[in-house]
Design a binder for this molecule. Sequence first.
Ligand code: ZN
Length: 283
Amino acid sequence: MRIACIGGRAWLVTASGKGADIEQASDGRFSADPQALFGCWGDLRAWAAGLADDALEPVDASLFELPVPRPRQIFAIGANYRAHAAEAGVAPPEQPVIFTKFPSCLTGPNDAVAIRHERVDWEVELVVVMAREARDVPAADAWDYVAGLAAGQDISERAIQRLGPMPQFSMAKSLPGFGPVGPVVVSVDEFANPDDLELGCAVNGETMQRSRTSDFIFPVGELIEYISHLVPIYPGDLIFTGTPEGVGATRQPPVFLKPGDVLATWVEGIGTLTNPITKEQAQ
Ligand code: ZN
């Protein structure tokens, strides 16, 4: 099952470009608000599986909006790929490195990202969308608590991140528009192996990152186990799972995003975010 947002309403869509407005097609059984669907994910999947093909109409993927508009919490993981930890010059962590991205930074899969800083960097990430409330969940059971997966960008301003004696991850990665997510949320059952997905990003068509989630230091199950021992994770919450090697800041010389660039970000089996970078206008 693939969930998109069009015109502020939840749509069931297919990989072949068809779809249905969920509230209308379910005669009001399910909400038009995509954020409300993750808490009744099993029921939604059962209904979607029985929906007739002739209930679907062609949809235009360029209209897709942020499919997870209001998560209560967003967890993000630092240094979770071996090759990225190496390029950043840090030892592989012994427990997950966790910060937050504020929900106000989220933006859609086709939205422009307006920037006003000089050292804005890309970070392709697999984004986990939670279904059931998770407390003290063992890693072996963790996928049962996940609704689906999306592609994401943990856009980061490296100068702000490195201001002062301690890293400022949460501020530097939560500027407006610094969290594109989408283009759809794909339910876990659609992946042959959700622990081994190719992902990457390109700037103006040039591939900058390409890796596989099998390079994770802490796979999704271990992240959910670790986080859910500390705090509850709620339906619709997001986990940005970390970025692989190939960020701009560690290149020689460093490369950063600038107005006029187009940032494309993909995850195997999910789709591609296409975010033009623009210059923020003075207020
Ligand atoms: Zn990141």
